[in-house]
Design a protein around this ligand. Structure first.
Ligand SMILES: [Zn+2]
Length: 107
């Protein structure tokens, strides 16, 4: 059975794909279609930048506090790998430079 979006009035042939679920509603789906929900969310985020930023920071802080050790270990691995790669690349550049100079010195 098709369903009409309460906002854009578009008729959708396959409502479960076009509407988010909402168990408290009779048909189990939101009244706005996903496209309208996404646009409304984007507008809300733009209008409430400070609030959204504060909420995101608080969520990240809570997540970080909960997973601090794992996150720090992962960061350490990334830093070590990057340092290793830099050192390796520098050594390769030096070898290339050495070979170029050596070969250019010959007739
Ligand atoms: Zn809509």
């Amino acid at each position: 059975m098709p369903k009409r979006c309460s906002k854009c009035k578009h008729n959708y042939a396959n409502p479960p794909a076009a509407f988010y679920r909402n168990a408290s509603r009779r048909d189990g789906l939101e009244s706005r279609c996903k496209r309208c929900a996404a646009r409304d969310q984007r507008d809300y985020n733009a209008r409430n930048k400070d609030k959204v930023t504060a909420r995101r920071k608080a969520l990240w802080a809570a997540y970080y506090a909960k997973h601090r050790e794992r996150l720090q270990a992962a960061a350490r691995i990334r830093v070590n790998r990057r340092n290793h790669e830099r050192k390796r690349d520098k050594a390769r550049r030096l070898v290339t430079l050495y070979r170029l100079r050596r070969d250019n010195g010959k007739p």
